[in-house]
Design a protein around this ligand. Structure first.
Ligand code: SF4
Ligand code: SF4
Length: 356
């Protein structure tokens, strides 16, 4: 079945598909003409690019996040087009049959390797798959991969929950060298980032611009604090101290542990769960789940963050705060678009009356 027929069978209009391609183009600040390359890459994706998905020290939360796209959507279509040859949680095969599927795909080469979970550095008494230490499996499978993606914070830093004391794991970058590596940290991985990254790679045949942690700058280039809908309350000095006080609804969550001022992520512009919401919108402080400090150095998660010194002792200028919010919103437009399109709907960001 061709792409157009596939779109039609899922009641997705071609117009929406092209909007997704346009949003990916905008998110990565590419020239408008690149949209055609993205569209053509996605059409070729119907030939099903092969994916090997390995799980190490993980909770399978990133797999859940990846699979839990809502109702038929453009994102689901793109994810459906991937040929997942090996994935311990979802594959029907097991034992020797599963290991053979892995070996056959490795022989073919040129696949995308996704690693979820951290990788034990030395101790070979646990995290054995097929009797082999996970560390060795990752290095072996990476050899013939065209691209390696570290999905989620555990895979990127060896951190996350498995990285809490005592930490025995490492991130993909510590074991895989001389391969294009893209890290997509957060807990769990954010599906819209995975979709956009895979589409970009299929079209450009290379990784998008990355920061020093190999994270796409398009998703990790700005502080959450700079785009947060509660930023106006921060500037006014309104900090939530009592969850039960209705008067404090929508107040800044810094005193309740918010790590937004230390976290680089597009969460405030591109909401989670297909544009449904994100942490601060739902009343929860940012845990900094995509940062290297998560979880260990950011715990306890609900500790007052005012010792960071952010905003305290600063005079409040409501006019400046308002101008700031407008500026931040404009700066976030490029990445904002992709979440709206992937979701088929989108957040009306910075509406304080919607805050929990
Ligand atoms: S809730 Fe967090 S990110 Fe938002 S303004 Fe307050 S400190 Fe910044
Ligand atoms: S707002 Fe913070 S805790 Fe929530 S998903 Fe984004 S980075 Fe993670």
């Amino acid at each position: 079945m061709g792409l157009l027929e596939e779109l039609s069978s899922k009641r997705i209009e071609r117009r929406d598909f092209l909007k997704l391609c346009g949003a990916v183009t905008a998110a990565f600040s590419l020239p408008l003409t690149f949209q055609d390359h993205i569209a053509s890459a996605a059409e070729q994706a119907m030939a099903k690019p092969r994916v090997i998905w390995l799980e190490g020290q993980d909770c399978a939360g990133c797999s859940e996040s990846f699979l839990a796209t809502m109702n038929p959507s453009v994102a689901e279509l793109v994810l459906d087009t991937l040929s997942i040859r090996y994935h311990e949680t979802i594959m029907g095969a097991s034992g020797e049959v599963a290991e053979k599927a892995l070996r056959d795909t490795m022989k073919e080469g040129g696949y995308i390797l996704v690693v979820e979970g951290s990788i034990p550095k030395a101790d070979d008494r646990f995290c054995l798959v097929g009797g082999k230490p996970f560390r060795e499996t990752v290095m072996e499978v990476a050899e013939n991969a065209a691209l390696v993606i570290g999905a989620g914070s555990c895979a990127m830093y060896g951190g996350g929950i498995p990285g809490a004391t005592p930490s025995m794991g490492g991130g993909v970058g510590e074991f895989v060298k001389n391969k294009p590596l893209i890290n997509l940290p957060s807990c769990p991985v954010k599906p819209s980032r995975l979709v956009a990254t895979v589409l970009y790679y299929l079209a450009a045949k290379k990784a998008p611009p990355l920061d020093s942690y190999n994270r796409p700058v398009a998703f990790y280039g700005s502080l959450i604090h700079d785009n947060c809908p509660r930023r106006g309350q921060f500037e006014k000095g309104n900090f939530l101290t009592d969850w039960n006080d209705p008067e404090q609804r929508g107040y800044c969550l810094l005193k309740k542990g918010c790590k937004g001022p230390k976290t680089y992520s597009d969460c405030a512009q591109v909401w989670w769960n297909e544009g449904a919401s994100f942490c601060m919108n739902a009343g929860a402080p940012c845990a900094g789940c995509g940062q290297p400090e998560f979880y260990k150095e950011f715990s306890p998660l609900y500790a007052n963050q005012e010792t960071l010194g952010i905003g305290f002792g600063k005079s409040v200028n409501v006019d400046t705060a308002g101008a700031f919010v407008i500026g931040a919103t404009a700066a976030g437009v490029a990445v904002h678009g992709i979440g709206r399109v992937i979701a088929g709907k989108g957040p009306d960001a910075n509406k304080e009356d919607e805050l929990g």
